[in-house]
Design a binder for this molecule. Structure first.
Ligand code: GDD
Length: 264
C-alpha cells in the first residue's frame, strides 16, 4: 500500500488488525533529503501519522515499532560523545526533522490515545543489498568495479573525517524483534554498536580487503551542506531492557558487502 493514501492505509489496518507493525517505509537518504525535502517530510512524517491514525481508529491493540533515526539528535559536538536517548534533539537536516516529527507524533498518540508504540533511533546500518547512495555501498561498488577492470582507480569519495556508528543489518533486525517482545511501550530506544569509526578508517578496511591497487580521490560534490562530525550512540538502554547485543564485527560486514558486488 501507499502510506500516503489514507484510504488504503485505513483499509489494510482495519481488515488485518495486525498484532504488530514494524514501520520502515520512508525516504532514508540524507543527501536526497537535502535535494528533495518535501518528499522526505511527506513520506516520513505524514506517512507515520497516517499509520498512527489508522491504528487509533481501527486497531488499538496493534503494537507499532516506529523506525526513526540517530539523525533526530543532530549532534554537532567536536568531541566524541556517546549519545543516549535523553540527549537533546536538534536535527541538522530535513531527514532528521522528518524523523523527529514522526517520533513526536508517536509519543503524542501514545499519551493521548494509549497507542501501543515504541520509537527506535537506529544509527548507521550496513549490509549487502542496501541501496546505493550510502557510504559502504558507494565504496564497495567502486572497489569491485576496479577489481573487475570496469573502471580505473581512483575511487571517488566524500567527507572522510566524519565518525559514525555502524551496525550490521542482521543485528538491527534482531534488535527490532527483541524490542517488539520486551521493549517498553512509549519509550525511545537507540539501536547502535556504541563504537565510533571514521569514514577514513572504514575506507582503509575496505581497501585492505581488496587485492587490487586502490587510489582515492576526494570529490567535493559528494559533500553535504552540513555534516555531523560524530554520531556515536549509547546502547545501554536496549541492552538493559531486552538483552540485545550486536554480534557481527565490522570487518565481516564489509567483506559480505564486497562479496555481494563481486558475485553480481
Ligand atoms: N553516501 C556517501 N557516499 N557518504 C559518504 C561518501 C560517499 O561516497 N564519502 C564519505 N561519506 C560520508 C558522509 O558524508 C557521511 O559523513 C558518512 O559518510 C555516512 O554517510 P551515509 O552512508 O550516507 O549515511 P548518513 O550517516 O548520512 O545517514 C545514514 O545513517 C542514519 C543513521 O545515523 C542513513 O542510513 C540514514 O537513513 C540513517 O538514519
Amino acid at each position: 500500500m501507499d502510506i500516503l493514501n489514507t484510504n488504503e492505509v485505513d483499509k489494510v489496518i482495519k481488515d488485518y488488525k495486525p498484532t504488530h507493525i514494524i514501520h520502515l517505509a520512508g525516504q532514508s537518504n540524507v543527501k536526497l533529503a537535502w535535494e528533495n525535502p518535501q518528499v522526505t517530510i511527506l513520506n516520513n512524517t505524514i506517512g507515520t501519522l497516517n499509520i498512527l491514525n489508522a491504528i487509533k481508529n481501527y486497531s488499538p491493540y496493534t503494537t507499532l515499532l516506529s523506525i526513526g533515526s540517530s539523525e533526530e539528535y543532530g549532534s554537532s559536538s567536536e568531541v566524541l560523545e556517546y549519545i543516549d536517548e535523553s540527549h537533546v534533539t536538534h536535527p541538522k537536516n530535513p531527514y532528521g526533522v522528518s524523523k523527529l516529527s514522526a517520533c513526536q507524533l508517536v509519543q503524542q498518540f501514545v499519551g493521548a490515545y494509549q497507542i501501543q508504540a515504541i520509537h527506535v533511533r537506529p544509527f548507521n546500518h550496513i549490509g549487502p543489498k542496501q541501496s546505493e547512495g550510502f557510504v559502504t555501498q558507494d565504496f564497495a561498488k567502486q572497489i569491485v568495479e576496479i577489481e573487475k577492470g570496469r573502471i580505473d582507480s581512483p575511487i571517488k569519495v566524500g567527507n572522510l573525517s566524519s565518525v559514525r556508528d555502524f551496525t550490521d543489518v542482521s543485528d538491527i533486525v534482531s534488535a527490532y524483534y527483541k524490542l517488539l517482545l520486551n521493549g517498553r511501550i512509549g519509550e525511545i530506544y537507540n539501536v547502535c554498536s556504541g563504537i565510533g569509526v571514521s569514514i577514513q578508517e572504514l575506507l582503509n578496511e575496505f581497501v585492505a580487503l581488496s587485492e587490487s591497487f586502490i587510489e582515492v580521490k576526494v570529490d567535493p560534490s559528494k559533500f553535504r551542506p552540513i555534516e555531523h562530525k560524530f554520531i556515536v550512540g549509547s546502547n545501554k538502554k536496549i541492552i538493559n531492557d531486552t538483552g540485545w547485543n550486536p554480534k557481527m564485527e565490522l570487518g565481516q560486514s564489509l567483506l559480505q558487502i564486497l562479496d555481494y558486488y563481486r558475485k553480481l
